[in-house]
Design a protein around this ligand. Structure first.
Ligand code: DAH
Length: 341
């Protein structure tokens, strides 16, 4: 029995000395001093010894138990101190590290461009008018002299809302012209920036949701020359003094005469390149003199008033200005793209 006691006590002391963590130390305690621990069992067996041996062995076993307990305690204190020190070191704040620069947000490139466009027309005396994205057929088509057989009436191009019937997502910003003219008398000088919706398949140059900026001028003596001067001024402010503008005859139901207008290519100065498909010109949008039928619909007298109007695709202008070849980049939220603006 004495030999066994010595062996167990030595094994326990050796294990405590070699132990490297508080978890392992707890395992050692349970193994030797737990309820069914090896030393505990040995102490329990004292009662089964012959009476003359009990006192001496009991004392020896108790001494061994106290020694092991004391070693466990002191090793525990040592290990705790070590792990505290390790944690303090790991958590330490290095005040000499350089600070991390805070991320600075910025406005989306289309919002930045929209602000610039508004600013330029503001300088010419135009103010901003707004209309809702959800429109009536009257504002979006009928009052703009767009007959029912015009292709844009077709469901292919327009998102109609189910309830109430005949409401739709505006396909252009031109309905804001109607809203403004129906609510005020001439003269009118407004631009109308905003979102438009068309049932287009998404590709490099089409999105079902996109931005336009409309313009409308109405007074007693508006002319096509004024329209050209206005758009020329705008183009120069936005793209530089050298940019040229040209009108090509076109058709829109709400203007007569109607034109499409182009800016000279900012990438090759009109010499011809890949972006302008060697033509030297970049198509921007449509414009024209307000059709007398539109004036009649909104209650302006076409004998007294004349006006000019134009549209502008904002993504298109941004793409031309920055040489971007895919409209989807504006809508993907990729910071590598957005941070360049
Ligand atoms: N609303 C036309 C479109 O979305 C663009 C346009 C053409 C607007 C001529 C006008 C205009 O104001 O006069 O394609």
């Amino acid at each position: 029995m004495e030999g066994k006691l010595a062996a167990i006590a030595d094994a326990a002391k050796g294990a405590i000395a070699a132990c490297g963590s508080l978890e392992a130390l707890e395992e050692i305690r349970v193994r030797y001093l737990g309820r069914k621990g090896e030393l505990t069992e040995l102490l329990k067996s004292v009662s089964s010894l012959p009476p003359e041996k009990r006192a001496a062995f009991g004392a020896a076993a108790n001494r061994a138990k106290q020694e092991v307990s004391a070693l466990l305690e002191s090793r525990k204190a040592g290990l705790s101190a070590e792990s505290d020190a390790r944690r303090r070191k790991a958590d330490a704040l290095d005040v000499t590290l350089p600070g991390r620069r805070a991320w600075v947000g910025r406005r989306h490139p289309l919002s930045q461009l929209m602000d610039e466009v508004i600013e330029i027309f503001h300088g010419l005396g135009f103010s901003v008018a707004e209309g809702p994205d959800c429109e009536t057929e009257w504002n979006n088509f009928e009052a703009l002299n767009t007959p029912r057989d015009h292709p844009s009436w077709n469901l292919q191009d327009t998102f109609y809302l189910e309830k109430p019937p005949n409401l739709l997502m505006r396909t252009h910003t031109s309905p804001v012209q109607i809203r403004v003219m129906e609510s005020q008398k001439p003269p009118v000088r407004i631009i109308a920036p905003g979102r438009c919706y068309r049932r287009d398949a998404i590709d490099a140059s089409h999105m079902p949701v996109f931005y336009q900026c409309e313009g409308l001028y109405v007074d007693r003596d508006a002319s096509l020359a004024d329209l050209k001067a206005t758009l020329t001024y705008f183009a120069r402010q936005l793209l530089g003094e050298d940019v040229k503008i040209r009108f090509r005859p076109h058709f829109f139901p709400f203007t007569e005469p109607s034109v499409e207008y182009d800016f000279s290519c900012v990438f090759c100065q009109g010499k011809g390149c890949r972006v302008c498909k060697q033509s030297g010109w970049l198509e921007i949008s449509g414009a024209g003199m307000v059709d007398p039928n539109v004036f009649n619909k909104v209650g302006y007298d076409p004998e007294v008033y004349s006006g000019y109007a134009w549209g502008m695709g904002l993504e298109r202008v941004a793409m031309l200005r920055y040489g971007i070849d895919d409209i989807r980049l504006f809508y993907q939220g990729d910071l590598r793209f957005l941070e360049q603006f």
